[in-house]
Design a protein around this ligand. Structure first.
Ligand SMILES: [Zn+2]
Length: 476
C-alpha cells in the first residue's frame, strides 16, 4: 500500500520535481545486472522460436510484443532502470492492475523512477522464522474408489512378491501425508506452512461428488470461456451423457487447479512446493487394474518456463505473456531453479533415487520442456501451477511408484500422520524436501552476503542516467 501511495503522489507531480543533479544516485550497475538476468532467463523461458520472436532485449531495456516484433508494436516496455520498481509492483498489486499501468505507460518511463538499486533476492528470507511455505499435495482422493476415478492408483499382483494378497496404494494418500510430515518438520523450526486443500477435498473445499450436487453447469460454461475445451466437448459436457472421468478431468480438475493457485497466491508464500509421486511413462494396466513392476526408478522436478509459441501469441494470451515478463525480470525463476536443484540433490544423496537421465526419449522432455543447467532431472515446463503461482516454486515428482523395490515399501501401512494411515516411506521423502528448503535458505544467506559486497563496489552511473533522461525527454 505504501508503494501505491508513493506512485500516486509521484504521478501527480511527475518528473518536474525531479532534480538529477541534486539526487544521490546509488552506485550500482543496474543495467548490467538486469540485462544479464533477462538474457540468462530467456534461454529457459521460450521453447520455440515463435515465443522468442515476441521479445527484444537491447541496450535500453526489454520489449515484449503480442506476436512477432516484425508484425506488431510492443505491448510491454521495461527499461533497465525500471526493473526493480516493476519487481516492487509484483509484490504489491494484482497482475491485472500492473498490466494496465504498463499499457498506459507505453514507451515512457514510470513516473518518478529514481531508484537505481538492484533487488537480486526478491525474497531475502534467510531463516525459518518468518518463512512462509505453501505446500500443494497432488491429487485429492482419500480412498481407493476416488483414486480410481482420478486414475492415480497402484495395484500390483502379490505373486510378484510371493504373497497371497495384492499390494495397493494411491498417490493422493502418499502426497498428502508427505505434506503433513513436512509441515511438522517446518513448523518445529518456526516456519508458517499452508496446505492447499484438506484430505479428500479439492481446493474449493468439496470433492467431485459434492460438486455434482452443486450448480455445476455454470462451471462447464465458465470452462468453455476459459478455453479448457472446444465447442464439441462443451456440448458433450452439457448433454448429461458425459462420463465421470471426462467431467472430473475436463471441468472439476481445471477448476481445482485454479483454486489451488489462488489459495497459494493469497497466502503470499516465500516458497511453494508441489508434491507428486512419479511413475514410469507408458505402462499398461492388465486385467483392467494391475500394473507391472518396473526396474527403473527416477525423479524429476519441474520449474517455470519453456513457453510454446501459441501460449504467448495473440491478443487473448496477455496473461501468459505477463507471466513470461514476470519470470524474465524477477528472481522467481532463479530461486525456483535453486530450490529444484536442491530437491534433486537430496533425492539423489539421501533417498538414493537418481534424476531422470537427460538422454531420455520422453515426449514431455523433448516437446514441452527445457532441461535446467543447474541439475539433471530439473525441467522448465509451462504447467498451470508453475506458471500461475507467483514466487519460487518446485513441482516435484519423486521416485517411481511402480518400481519393483518401491512397491512393497510404499504399500506398507506402518505410519500415521494427521490421523491418516500411510507408508513410512513418506517420512523419508518429507525429509528430502526439508533438506532442500534448508539448502534454499542457505543459498539466500549467501546471496544476501554477495549483495552486500555488490553495494560496496563503486560504480558511477549518474552520467548514463542523465543520458537516459535526455533521451526520454526528446521522445515525449
Ligand atoms: Zn501426480
Amino acid at each position: 500500500m505504501k508503494l501505491i501511495l508513493k506512485s500516486l503522489f509521484l504521478s501527480v507531480f511527475g518528473l518536474a520535481l525531479f532534480d538529477v543533479s541534486a539526487q544521490k544516485i546509488e552506485p550500482i550497475p543496474i543495467k548490467k545486472f538486469y540485462k544479464d538476468r533477462v538474457t540468462r532467463n530467456l534461454q529457459f523461458l521460450c521453447k520455440e522460436a515463435e515465443c522468442l520472436d515476441n521479445i527484444v532485449v537491447n541496450e535500453r531495456g526489454l520489449y515484449m510484443y503480442p506476436t512477432s516484433q516484425r508484425v506488431d508494436k510492443p505491448e510491454f516496455i521495461l527499461y533497465w532502470r525500471e526493473m526493480s520498481h516493476f519487481n516492487g509492483l509484483l509484490d504489491e498489486m494484482p497482475h491485472e492492475e500492473i498490466i494496465e499501468i504498463l499499457k498506459r505507460k507505453g514507451s515512457r518511463y514510470f513516473y518518478g523512477i529514481k531508484s537505481t538499486h538492484v533487488d537480486p533476492a526478491k525474497y531475502p528470507v534467510t531463516d525459518y522464522l518468518g518463512l512462509k511455505v505453501a505446500i500443494d499435495p497432488g491429487h485429492m482422493a482419500s480412498n481407493m474408489g476416488e483414486a480410481i476415478l482420478e486414475r492415480r492408483y497402484m495395484k500390483v499382483e502379490g505373486v510378484n512378491y510371493d504373497r497371497n494378497s495384492d499390494i495397493e496404494f494411491f498417490e493422493a494418500n502418499l502426497a498428502y501425508t508427505t505434506a503433513l510430515r513436512l509441515k511438522e518438520l517446518l513448523e518445529d523450526k518456526g516456519a508458517e506452512v499452508m496446505l492447499t486443500h484438506d484430505y479428500g477435498k479439492s481446493a474449493m473445499g468439496i470433492n467431485y461428488y459434492e460438486w455434482l450436487e452443486t450448480d455445476f453447469k455454470k462451471d462447464i460454461i465458465a470452462g468453455y470461456k476459459n478455453e479448457w475445451y472446444n465447442r464439441e466437448k462443451f456440448n458433450y459436457l452439457l448433454s448429461g451423457e458425459a462420463t465421470d472421468f471426462v467431467m472430473f478431468n475436463d471441468v472439476f480438475l481445471n477448476k481445482d487447479f485454479v483454486a489451488r493457485a489462488n489459495r497459494i497466491n493469497a497466502f503470499k508464500p516465500d516458497l511453494t512446493l508441489v508434491i507428486h509421486y512419479n511413475a514410469s511413462e507408458g505402462s499398461q494396466r492388465y486385467d483392467d487394474k494391475y500394473l507391472p513392476p518396473v526396474k527403473e526408478n527416477y525423479s524429476m522436478v519441474f520449474v517455470p518456463g519453456s513457453f510454446l509459441g501459441f501460449e504467448v501469441d495473440g491478443k487473448d494470451e496477455v496473461d501468459q505473456r505477463f507471466e513470461l515478463l514476470r519470470l524474465l525480470v524477477s528472481s522467481d525463476l532463479e530461486e525456483s531453479n535453486v530450490f529444484a536443484s536442491n530437491i534433486m540433490k537430496a533425492l539423489d544423496k539421501e533417498l538414493k533415487v537418481d534424476a531422470l537421465p537427460s538422454d531420455n526419449t520422453f515426449t514431455f522432455a523433448n516437446k514441452y520442456s527445457i532441461l535446467s543447467d543447474m541439475a539433471e532431472g530439473v525441467y522448465h515446463r509451462n504447467l498451470y501451477l508453475t506458471r500461475a503461482v507467483k514466487g519460487p516454486i518446485g513441482y516435484a515428482e519423486a521416485l517411481y511408484q511402480d518400481n519393483i523395490d518401491e512397491i512393497p515399501l510404499l504399500g506398507k501401512k506402518d505410519y500415521t500422520v494427521g490421523g491418516i494411515t500411510t507408508s513410512s516411506r513418506v517420512k523419508e521423502v518429507a525429509k528430502v524436501y526439508f533438506s532442500a528448503i534448508d539448502q534454499w535458505l542457505k543459498y539466500n544467506q549467501e546471496f544476501t552476503k554477495k549483495l552486500d559486497a555488490l553495494y560496496d563496489d563503486k560504480y558511477g552511473d549518474e552520467e548514463i542516467y542523465a543520458e537516459e533522461l535526455k533521451e526520454q525527454e526528446s521522445e515525449n
